[in-house]
Design a binder for this molecule. Structure first.
Ligand SMILES: C[S@@+](CC[C@H](N)C(=O)[O-])C[C@H]1O[C@@H](n2cnc3c(N)ncnc32)[C@H](O)[C@@H]1O
Length: 522
């Protein structure tokens, strides 16, 4: 199927391309954008309609539909929920960008790529990289640029870039990007790796030849073209969020097999293998975290420190039957330090410490109840690392706890701009609004989080609390029961820190059972 639009096209783009029978008009795109906002809180502006169109082109044929309006009607039906889950990973297609996640790319530039090249040269072989879920190609092209910058010669690096969405793959193959998609690339790189044409920026052949694009479904049970122990690096970022646990587990098994011993797997920001698999060792490289297939004959790595990212929702605590509420009277509110206000000098060691270590310090300050110091430390961290989602979410939580609700909202909105489907931002926004007493808003945010991740026990638990506070005991009981029943699914760690939340799956289930018992007595 053709993507049908040169370099991303305009807001609406053409109607599916000359070889496509699909009818996707502007009204269908608008209706789909409205539906996604309503159900998931995903804001798609007309600029993102091209991505919507790609996603519809990928999904509609499987349902035997050619009319975009009919597709949106299907999604609105009760049974449309499954389809909506299938569509969601695709609509974030527009969310990819060159050099996405600067910390990972710094690690690639400084350590991972040079190391891979050295090892491959020593063994007289190619470096093999797989960009799995490559969307419209920005990720593999960024990898190609880093490879060239690291001194890779012709034929030394092979990048296999795959995606489920055939329209995205076709687009990626062209390597032609409109100006608005060039955010994130330095002028120097643009000069070196692109040539400007009438229709956009064309990736130069030197980088393009390194990459071969292909359609590929990561959820398929077997990967016949992937040979064992051949890949040096796999990037699978911002893809697995909608996969259920068995699918993720089996995918990770196949990634593990595909990697050489010592080969590295990079996941997206909010994705982790916590409670999914312990086959990989997690390690820190240049301030970011990566997973590695252990070298042969190496003892399994010790488990990561308990506070290593992605951090658990909170350190395991005894079950707390209800969240600790901010007192409604006597709430203290510190003035938010303005950028020009004098700030304590960073400790000399701070710049040498990784963002992870610095966030650990913030968590310790929060746990001690020292919110003003926690605020200063986490603000410095987000200033130094604006891309650090865990720090940004934690800053939002500290603001919320101190009663700075506008600032808290601002942090969560920034997190959602960076990661439009960030479940954590919805959960924390739900908590913040619950504590402000805005229960309808809290319910809506938590429902969005649960739509995105229905097995999130904590989300059900918090939603139950909102229902309880609204006096809807029947709904509260239902949600507490849901919280308990999610125990059968491993619970992933959430990014960011909020104190006083029941930390472990068992603690949430126990707290929910406690409330169920209390409700049945009332
Ligand atoms: C948000 S984009 C991520 C792009 C890029 N990895 C990044 O982080 O910028 C997610 C991509 O995953 C792809 N995807 C979703 N489900 C997939 C599957 N089952 N197999 C392969 N790709 C899939 C989507 O088509 C989409 O292009």
């Amino acid at each position: 199927m053709s993507h049908g639009a040169p370099a991303g096209g305009g807001a609406g783009g053409p109607q599916g391309g000359p070889d496509s029978p699909l009818q996707i008009d502007r009204t269908a795109l608008e209706s789909l954008a409205a539906l996604l906002l309503e159900k998931v809180g995903l804001k798609i502006t007309p600029d993102g309609y091209y991505g919507l169109r790609l996603a519809m082109q990928a999904r509609m044929p499987a349902l035997g539909l050619s009319d975009g309006q009919e597709y949106v009607r299907r999604l609105r039906q009760l049974a449309g929920e499954t389809e909506l889950r299938g569509l969601l990973p695709l609509v974030t297609v527009g969310k990819t960008e060159f050099f996405r996640d600067s910390r990972q790319f710094k690690a690639l530039e400084h350590t991972l790529m040079p190391d891979m090249l050295t090892r491959a040269r020593r063994a007289g072989r190619q470096v093999e990289i797989w960009s799995a879920g490559c969307a419209t190609g920005e990720e593999p092209y960024s990898l190609g640029m880093v490879a060239v910058e690291s001194g890779a010669m012709n034929g030394e690096v092979d990048i296999w870039a795959t995606d489920l969405n055939p329209a995205a793959v076709e687009f990626a193959k062209e390597g032609l990007y409109p100006v608005r998609r060039m955010i994130g690339i330095s002028e120097e790189r643009i000069q070196r790796f692109f040539s400007l044409s009438a229709t956009g920026y064309q990736v130069n052949p030197g980088v393009k030849e390194m990459i071969h694009f292909e359609g590929h479904n990561l959820a398929a049970p077997v990967f016949p073209h992937v040979f064992p122990a051949t890949k040096d690096l796999i990037l699978c970022r911002n893809v697995i969020i909608y996969f259920d646990q068995p699918t993720i587990r089996s995918l990770m098994d196949r990634f593990f097999d595909a990697l050489r011993p010592g080969g590295v797997l990079l996941l997206g920001y909010s994705e982790s293998l916590f409670r999914i698999t312990s086959k990989f060792e997690m390690y820190e490289v240049d301030g970011t975290f990566a997973y590695r297939r252990p070298l042969l004959n190496e003892h399994p790595a010790p488990p990561p420190r308990p506070s290593a990212p992605p951090p658990p929702v909170s350190a395991p605590r005894p079950p707390s039957p209800m969240l600790t509420r901010r007192p409604t009277t006597g709430t203290f509110r510190i003035p938010v330090p303005s950028p020009s206000a004098p700030q304590p000098r960073p400790r000399p060691t701070e710049s040498h410490r990784s963002p992870v270590e610095r966030l650990d310090d913030v968590v310790r300050l929060i746990e001690r109840g020292d919110f003003p110091q926690a605020m200063l430390a986490v603000r410095r961290l987000t200033d130094d690392h604006p891309e650090d989602l865990a720090a940004l979410l934690t800053l939002g939580n500290v603001h919320a706890l101190m009663g700075n609700s506008d600032e808290a909202r601002d942090c969560f909105s920034r997190a959602l701009r960076a990661e439009p489907l960030c479940v954590e931002a919805r959960i924390y926004l739900g908590l913040a609004t619950m504590q402000e007493g805005k229960l309808d808003e809290a319910r809506s945010e938590l429902q969005k989080a649960l739509f995105l991740e229905p097995t999130l026990s904590l989300g059900h638990y918090l939603l139950a609390q909102v229902h309880e506070q609204k006096g809807d005991h029947e709904a509260a009981r239902r949600s507490y029961r849901n919280a308990v029943s999610q125990r059968r699914f491993g619970q992933r760690a959430l990014l960011g820190h909020y104190p006083e939340l029941p930390g472990s799956t068992d603690a949430i289930a126990q707290a929910a059972q406690y409330r169920l018992a209390a409700l049945s007595e009332s």
